[in-house]
Design a protein around this ligand. Structure first.
Ligand SMILES: [Zn+2]
Length: 353
């Protein structure tokens, strides 16, 4: 229930008047301070400052990058935004066009094709082939070095799975998201790259933790040489989940309590007159009470730490897709009617290196 301060004050005044008629005394609890925005409670262990650097390509596409990774001349990576595309369907009238990068049913395929071309050019330049997956919110990691059959058919992904890994140059691994968390991983010595799709199900299936383990097993990667970036996705500010999700995480991770926070909607009337809102339902079964927010950035950071990465080698960009309407698509915010970003990584062939 969203109310303005004025509306709340009016409602309280009318309840006060009713109580006075019945010769009851109005409560004294509500204060101006109590009428402020949503309150946060506990588990605000880390400050999440948006990071990364926005690069503007000459073709109009804007890409978010980890600046440290630009020093690796053989590495290509980038997280897309909405800007610089040709799609019209999800954009407001004032927009010049969205960079929708997935074959969504609403969008025209010719725009998606053009958008993908622009994105690959902006992130990787020429000579790269984009590879995507038929993502299913699983824990399945695909090693593209072992795949001999075509990985796509007429531009559409053939492989099912939610993570890809390769040591081959010329492939641009692209994970599609619109709130789920994209994670990019690289072995800077062995030159191996991986991209992960980690929504709550993939995170629960430890896709990132297991993927880092697979890289060590397959390529002999040393944990000191691994670097990871946790890209734009729905943040702890916006990601309300059900009690069932919290129970599932509790059963799988000892640190689960640190991933959740309770967020209370500020409701001045309820605060001043709690007796009016008493419920006979059992605790946790009432729709009165806090929302539970899940922090998938932190959950995936913890998995990378568990896989042996050093804290300084994990970069959390902390860009919330739901908060930033101009920048990102958000499935949750836009009730499913939205485009998709691509989060990509690949290996270039560089002479003499
Ligand atoms: Zn947010």
């Amino acid at each position: 229930m969203k109310q303005t301060y004025l509306e709340s004050a009016k409602a309280i005044a009318s309840i006060d008047a009713l109580l006075l008629q019945g010769e009851l005394k109005p409560g004294k609890r509500a204060t101006r301070k109590g009428l402020a925005g949503p309150r946060r409670q506990k588990n605000e262990l880390r400050e999440w400052q948006p990071g990364g650097e926005w690069l503007q390509s000459t073709n109009g596409v804007e890409v978010l990058v980890e600046p440290q990774w630009l020093k690796l001349k053989w590495l290509r990576h980038g997280f897309s935004s909405r800007s610089g595309g040709a799609s019209k369907i999800y954009a407001g009238d004032d927009s010049t066009g969205d960079l929708n990068l997935s074959w969504t049913k609403e969008d025209d395929a010719k725009f998606v094709r053009l958008n993908r071309k622009r994105f690959v050019a902006a992130v990787a330049g020429s000579g790269f082939k984009l590879v995507t997956l038929r993502q299913t919110h699983s824990g399945v990691v695909r090693n593209l070095d072992k795949i001999r059959k075509p990985m796509e058919k007429a531009g559409r992904a053939v492989l099912r799975g939610d993570a890809m890994m390769t040591s081959r140059s010329g492939l641009l691994l692209g994970i599609q998201t619109a709130d789920c968390i994209p994670v990019l991983l690289v072995d800077v010595k062995k030159k191996v790259v991986a991209a992960f799709h980690a929504g709550w199900r993939g995170t629960l299936a430890r896709i990132v933790e297991r993927g880092a383990g697979t890289m060590r097993l397959t390529y002999g990667s040393r944990t000191d040489d691994l670097r990871a970036v946790i890209g734009p996705g729905i943040g702890p500010c916006c990601y309300a989940v059900s009690e069932d999700v919290r129970i599932e995480f509790d059963s799988q991770f000892a640190y689960a309590p640190e991933l959740f926070s309770e967020v209370y909607d500020s409701d001045p009337i309820r605060e001043k007159y709690p007796m009016l809102f008493l419920t006979q339902r059992a605790p946790g079964h009432s729709n009165i009470g806090p929302q539970i927010h899940l922090n998938l950035w932190e959950a995936n950071r913890r998995q990378l730490l568990a896989a042996g990465l050093e804290e300084k080698n994990i970069s959390v960009l902390a860009q919330c897709t739901s908060c930033q309407r101009q920048k990102f698509f958000s499935h949750r915010r836009d009730s499913g009617f939205t485009g998709r970003m691509l989060n990509a990584i690949g290996i270039a062939t560089v002479r003499g290196k």
